[in-house]
Design a binder for this molecule. Structure first.
Ligand code: C5P
Length: 323
């Protein structure tokens, strides 16, 4: 196993009294936050060239794989969420073949030339349409689980092209810790030495579609300048974070998509206002939203700000840290 998300349980004991072995495999799939996101231009393939700093944070979906009683049954997925016990399919969350977990399983099976099999059980805590990478993280976790469950033992380099095919953010979740991601997001360069960072996150009731936000980005003035100007901003941010100069680092946090998202969803302004009055070091949209984030000094600082937000009807409020 290469580094990355760790297996939480692997129950492969023999029969213990009345207990049956399950051979279940389980992974905790983390969310991500973007501390910096610059759009460098639109590419001929319709995607946008990005430069983004992403950190994994301790909000987790849980993905299990269990062997099916009969391998001929193929592969299936059931989903429960932290916010609603049983979910019917919706545009944002489907348990059908378009779900990234099943697409990941299908892609891996095609590569290995085998019939995909087993039961995936997904417990979702990462909010949907939030810009927190939940679906991408689940997809990466599915690749890792099926890789072990089916005895394939592919290395990270062999899984990466599949991850990139599944979505721009999926390769990030196969790497370990913070990373600068370029290209459409799939070119991942790990960033070592960042301190533990603490955040307050508010996820408003409404979500935002990544495709819709990106569709409006060039009208809103995607940056045309050279990559080097952006890089120096990004490099400054990374250096200041590494030095623990959070107050100075906060001034270099930015997300080009925030301006666009506010045009698509003017209700985000209420969150911008609430955060700007909250005393956090910096506040920003993560990815294409709609989750809005405050960088804070400590867990205590986070609790204080989350307390201010409670009962204000801004959305779900939670605190989290980089992991
Ligand atoms: O890669 P992924 O499926 O997550 O992207 C969702 C949508 O976001 C794409 O269909 C595209 O419209 C937009 N996108 C983009 N440029 C990127 C990443 C995503 O335009 N670098």
């Amino acid at each position: 196993m290469f580094p990355g998300p760790t297996f939480r349980s692997q129950q492969i004991m023999g029969r213990q009294g009345i207990y049956q072995p399950t051979a279940a495999l389980e992974l905790l799939a983390p969310a991500k936050l973007n501390l910096y996101l610059e759009v460098l231009g639109r590419r001929p393939d319709g995607f946008h060239e990005l430069e983004t700093l992403m950190v994994p944070v301790g909000v987790y979906d849980q993905l299990r794989w269990l062997p099916a009683a009969n391998p001929e049954e193929g592969v299936s997925l059931s989903i429960r969420t932290a916010w609603q016990r049983h979910v019917a399919s919706s545009a944002a969350l489907s348990a059908g073949p378009e779900n990234l977990v099943l697409r990941a399983a299908q892609l891996l099976a095609e590569k290995a030339n085998l019939q995909p099999h087993g039961k995936f059980e997904l417990y979702k805590r990462i909010p949907l349409q939030a810009g927190m990478g939940g679906g991408s993280s689940d997809a990466a976790a599915a690749l890792l689980l099926a890789n072990v469950a089916w005895g394939l033992h592919y290395g990270r380099e062999e899984l990466l092209p599949l991850a990139a095919q599944l979505g721009s953010d999926v390769p990030f979740f196969l790497s370990e810790g913070a990373a600068v991601c370029r290209g459409r997001g799939e070119l991942v360069e790990p960033v070592r030495g960042l301190p533990k960072l603490h955040f307050v996150v508010v996820k408003p009731a409404a979500g935002l579609s990544t495709a819709e936000v990106f569709a409006n980005v060039m009208q809103a003035g995607g940056r045309d300048g050279s990559a080097s100007a952006g890089m120096s901003q990004l490099q400054k941010l990374i250096d200041l974070l590494r030095n623990g100069a959070l107050g100075s680092a906060a001034r270099h946090i930015r997300n080009r998509l925030e301006l666009v998202a506010v045009r698509v969803a003017p209700w985000l302004e209420e969150l911008q206002r609430a955060f700007s009055e909250s005393g956090c070091l910096a506040h920003f949209l993560t990815g294409s939203g709609s989750a809005y984030v405050g960088l804070v000094r400590s867990v205590k600082h986070a609790r204080g700000i989350a307390g201010q937000f409670a009962g204000r009807n801004l959305g779900s409020v939670f605190i989290t840290s980089s992991c």
